[in-house]
Ligand binder design. Structure first.
Ligand SMILES: Nc1ncnc2c1ncn2[C@@H]1O[C@H](COP(=O)(O)OP(=O)(O)O)[C@@H](O)[C@H]1O
Ligand SMILES: [Mg+2]
Length: 331
């Protein structure tokens, strides 16, 4: 399943930089058995992850039990259906506490407690956690790095620990080199990682290092939890460029984002919009200038909410609407 067993081969770099460009090339990645012929020195298998009616429960926390709350379980995800595909950047959006991280954890198999229902598949096959760990990466919201290593060392450790042993050292080194370029950390390769907020890399450089540490494991599917949160607009744009570069290698990437700015939002191809209780409001393509999402809101606005809906169209940015629909009470 993983690309590890295949002989590394040198391939032409053909990184795509824009979303419009990427849409043309989606077709190229549709044949899932095909090894991606662009991007990077180590081949990988483009894989999709689909999930059907996924729900997740935990035992009711003691502090929430009361005379009114008699249920023994607390539902955090409610029948979520969707898919993340190769070369497609999906935004997982919702208010704080909507269940974004919970959904990514459930899909990535990182939940050790609780009860998961539903069907999760990798390119059509039932997900097997053992093999899934080898083909996936996860960038946590609060990234942890060794402060005493350099950027390059951090990537070398990750590559040597996580890439298959059949891959020769020269290819691993070349791959680390490519990833350094891809995340634009080449100039900082010998910089000490340092302690967050004190020494070494800035928050934004640290985010890119987190992405790089996952990328050198050559995953087909990458989850990123709030890669732009806590960054100013400029720093967020740089991180998003890195994220876009990653998707443009043909990988499947999903990012949770909380209250995105318009610039960040437009970098995404698809949206999974959640509301409180882990319920889906919207799952699908955004379209050019998010037209598909706007159309959907146009059609559904009156039936979606009990509250009076805001003026439409063009009087408010659809992002304000997006946040509004996220918080409103959906029937
Ligand atoms: N283990 C748990 N036990 C009880 N409640 C939890 C647990 N994990 C998460 N939650 C609750 O589930 C909801 C969704 O959490 P989370 O996925 O972290 O939200 P988001 O990432 O969208 O901000 C929150 O209300 C949170 O308090
Ligand atoms: Mg979260």
């Amino acid at each position: 399943m993983s690309a590890a067993g295949q002989a590394p081969m040198q391939m032409a770099k053909s990184r795509r930089s824009s979303k419009a460009f990427s849409e043309d090339e989606h077709r190229v990645t549709e044949t899932e058995d095909m090894v991606v012929e662009r991007g990077m020195i180590l081949p990988f298998q483009p894989l999709s992850i689909s999930f059907d009616d996924v729900s997740y429960y935990v035992d009711m926390p003691a502090e929430m039990k009361s005379a009114e709350v008699t249920e023994s379980k607390l539902q955090l995800l409610s029948g979520i259906t969707g898919a993340f595909r190769p070369g497609v950047l999906t935004a997982l959006v919702g208010v704080s506490g909507a269940g974004k991280t919970t959904l990514m954890d459930v899909l990535a198999g990182r939940k050790t407690g609780g009860y998961i229902e539903g069907d999760i598949r990798i390119s059509g096959y039932p997900k097997n956690q053992k093999t899934f760990a080898r083909i996936s990466g996860y960038c946590e919201q609060n990234d942890i790095h060794s402060p005493q290593t350099t950027v390059r060392e951090a990537l070398i450790y990750s590559a040597w620990l996580r890439l298959a042993s059949e891959i020769d050292d020269a290819s691993k080194t070349a791959f680390v080199e490519e990833v350094l370029e891809l995340v634009e950390l080449k100039q900082l390769e010998n910089a000490l990682v340092g302690l967050p907020g004190i020494t070494g890399l800035s928050t934004e450089q640290r985010k890119r290092l987190t992405i790089a540490v996952e990328l050198v494991a050559n995953p087909s599917i990458i989850f990123m939890d709030e890669p732009t949160s806590g960054l100013d607009a400029r720093a967020a744009a740089i991180v998003m460029r890195t994220v876009r570069n990653t998707v443009d290698t043909g990988r499947t990437v999903v990012c949770t984002i909380h209250q995105p700015s318009i610039d960040i939002f437009e970098a995404f191809d698809e949206l999974l919009l959640l509301k409180r209780g882990g319920r889906v409001i919207y799952a699908g393509e955004l379209g050019h200038y998010s037209q598909k999402l706007v159309d959907y809101f146009q059609v559904r606005r009156s039936s979606l909410c009990h509250k009076r809906y805001p003026p439409f169209p063009n009087e408010v940015s659809y992002l304000i609407l997006l946040n509004w629909f996220t918080t409103c009470h959906v029937r």
